[in-house]
Ligand binder design. Sequence first.
Ligand SMILES: Cc1cc2nc3c(=O)[nH]c(=O)nc-3n(C[C@H](O)[C@H](O)[C@H](O)COP(=O)(O)OP(=O)(O)OC[C@H]3O[C@@H](n4cnc5c(N)ncnc54)[C@H](O)[C@@H]3O)c2cc1C
Length: 413
Amino acid sequence: MRSDVIVLGAGMVGVSAALALQSRGRNVVLIDRRPAAEETSYGNAGLIQREGVVPYAFPRAWKTILKSALNQTTQSHLHWSALPWIAPALYQYWRHGTPERVEATSHAAAPLVEHSLTEHEALTQAAGATALVRRTGYLKVFRDEALLAAELALDQGSRRRWGITAEAKTEAELRAIEPHLSGPFAGGVLMSQPWSVASPGALGKAYAELFVKRGGTFLTADATMLQSAADSWTIPRVEGPVSAPHVVIALGPWSDEVLRCLGIKLPFFVKRGYHMHYRQLGNAIPSRPIVDGDNGYLLSPMNGVIRLTTGAEFARHKALPTPVQLGKVEPLARALFPLGDRAETAPWLGARPCLPDMLPMVGAVPGYSGLWIDSGHHHLGFTLGPVTGRLLAELMTGEAPFTDPRPYRVDRF
Ligand SMILES: Cc1cc2nc3c(=O)[nH]c(=O)nc-3n(C[C@H](O)[C@H](O)[C@H](O)COP(=O)(O)OP(=O)(O)OC[C@H]3O[C@@H](n4cnc5c(N)ncnc54)[C@H](O)[C@@H]3O)c2cc1C
């Protein structure tokens, strides 16, 4: 089978890229080893983060770094045994954490984040999936006065510049929004612009169904089998090979695996994260996601259960699960909001695909004709999939890109 483009990976990023290329007249074959959106794009917190301009930077305060390194926080967890593999990328991540570089990253992220809602809007409409989307924002609550003050300072400062609205809330106002929250609270913030979804996996699947409905081909195959020969990229399959002059690597946290097979080394690393579903207790279900600002986890209502997602675990991608953070935050979450029994025996484990500057990588791989990357979307891949898909498609088809693509280029490291 021959096509114009092969897109490898059918998570939110790959499916969105396939749709954007298809809408520009390209004949696209989308390939995954699993059905669409069953990995990272399934297990995330389901936020479409219109406010997510300022990146999660490597901490600069030595006290915070030391606490994190000693695994004394709930926000992060480090596998010391992974350091020989992950230290070079972490060092680069640390180097990108200076105030100047965080500012530069925010600048570069802003045009993508700004367009995230409109790009999702168009796709949810076309896919008939608007019922999955809640436009009610999310709440961030704090028991700690100093942390609340820091959050409010961020709102007054950098966020305002990026057009982000955050409404400060008193404890009484928090309770009026979510009557089941258990205080005491210093206060909180309502992030009103972001959307959230009742099932991230279902939204990814709805987009993939739209791609197929519009005439796209979705096949099962192993992306590590990718071969290049004479201006053509091929994926062998028992049913016969699939070839195209262009191939897009949109394999999320597995992108590095396939790129390394081609001899391409980029500073990809992962921030792993867990989720657990809890049964509803009585009539207590939050009306929107709630972030515990003191402890760095999130609770979100999802299809009759409450999903708790954890912060970042720095580990090798394929290391065995160590849900230490989940163990630490579960009692805190139960003290924050009524939660019933665990609905599953084992937590879900996923991995945020990251690059040291916390910007995605979107563009052509220099020196490899027809090889493109759309990956490294870190904490924001569910948010940014459609917008980076659009940018990639504009670059691939020679259309004027809607924003300067240079901050996301492949050879920036
Ligand atoms: C706990 C947690 C919470 C998060 N919360 C949010 C959030 O609220 N909002 C947000 O915007 N982002 C969030 N993220 C980040 C977001 O989920 C990711 O950035 C995003 O899902 C990445 O999408 P992707 O399509 O690049 O990767 P994936 O969804 O992982 O898709 C990659 C695809 O590649 C396929 N694949 C891999 N290897 C092969 C192979 N060899 N052959 C064929 N196919 C292969 C996989 O099967 C998979 O379908 C969160 C992440 C985590 C872990």
